[in-house]
Design a protein around this ligand. Structure first.
Ligand SMILES: Cc1cc2nc3c(=O)[nH]c(=O)nc-3n(C[C@H](O)[C@H](O)[C@H](O)COP(=O)(O)OP(=O)(O)OC[C@H]3O[C@@H](n4cnc5c(N)ncnc54)[C@H](O)[C@@H]3O)c2cc1C
Length: 266
């Protein structure tokens, strides 16, 4: 069956403001020009995007509008969540986990200042982030909190949501906004590169209650364990859950993509 054609838009965004919303979360707010408001008019909060991180060379290039898309001028492409597009305020927002300067995206966000620029590409998407349900069980590590925050903002007051969220420390927790009834359990992990107990905690909670739609987004190994449990131990139908890996311990996003491509070919 033919897949519906989804429009893509890409543009260079200029940083308006950067805020550390918690010690390990950086919110970067970009200005949207009138042209960008038109170009991105069908894009929505919660969709994922591709960010193009400019090199030093691009930063000093007068014609960066064009040159950033040339691979000589960007150091890396990474996947993030569009945390918010506000067509009235003319802003687009991305929340970055600050995990140090080993990754170009985290490094860029840590050093970003007003006036800096970033290439952002997005695909149009009409599909809701989660299907309609009465009870949800939503699991995520820090990288998934932006998309989870958008999901929560869209749920109705009749929905019940159990949340299991992993962040660096209690200082990285924040207030989640939703009309739905939320039951939030935070777990703390100051060293996600050394491993996580998120999958085990998730599996333990699933033993108590199974009548949920399950949404899980986190590190690759965590998701592998959760997916295996849902498929093999609980034998849930495929339409009862959605699991997605957001990053892989010890390797960069492009290495992780290459690894998965290699596995698919074998
Ligand atoms: C659909 C989708 C949406 C996403 N949305 C967001 C989002 O809104 N906000 C967000 O912060 N991330 C998000 N991510 C995750 C983000 O793409 C990865 O964390 C990415 O690897 C970061 O790029 P980097 O250049 O900082 O590090 P990379 O160069 O990819 O990796 C360098 C090193 O850092 C490690 N690393 C990567 N991420 C983390 C982390 N979070 N904590 C500790 N170590 C890490 C890697 O294992 C590697 O050792 C999303 C991923 C996907 C697939």
């Amino acid at each position: 069956m033919d897949k519906p054609i989804r429009n893509t838009a890409r543009s260079i965004f200029v940083v308006k403001e950067k805020i550390f919303i918690t010690p390990h979360y950086i919110r970067v707010i970009f200005k949207m020009s009138d042209e960008q408001l038109v170009l991105f008019q069908n894009m929505r909060s919660g969709s994922h995007n591709k960010i193009y991180i400019p090199s030093e060379k691009a930063m000093y290039c007068a014609d960066y509008e064009e040159s950033i898309w040339n691979s000589d001028f960007f150091t890396a492409v990474r996947t993030y969540t569009t945390r918010d597009i506000d067509f009235n305020a003319k802003t687009l927002q991305i929340d970055f986990v600050a995990h140090g300067d080993s990754g170009p995206a985290s490094k860029w966000a840590e050093n970003a200042k007003s006036g800096d620029f970033l290439g952002i590409a997005m695909k149009e998407s009409q599909k809701p982030l989660v299907p309609s349900a009465q009870n949800y069980f939503i699991v995520g590590d820090s990288t998934a909190i932006p998309v989870i925050s958008v999901i929560l903002e869209t749920l109705p007051s009749t929905a019940n949501v159990m949340l299991l969220l992993e962040v660096n420390s209690y200082r990285d927790t924040f207030v989640l906004h939703s009309k739905a009834n939320l039951n939030v359990r935070w777990i703390y992990n100051s060293s996600p590169l050394s491993g996580s107990k998120l999958a085990e905690e998730c599996i333990a909670l699933l033993a108590e209650e199974k009548q949920f739609y399950i949404y899980a987004a986190a590190e690759f190994e965590v998701i592998k364990k959760i997916r295996r449990h849902l498929k093999e131990a609980l034998q849930l139908e495929r339409d009862r859950y959605y699991t997605v890996s957001y990053w892989t311990r010890g390797i960069s996003e492009e290495e992780s993509n290459q690894e998965r491509q290699k596995q698919r070919m074998e």
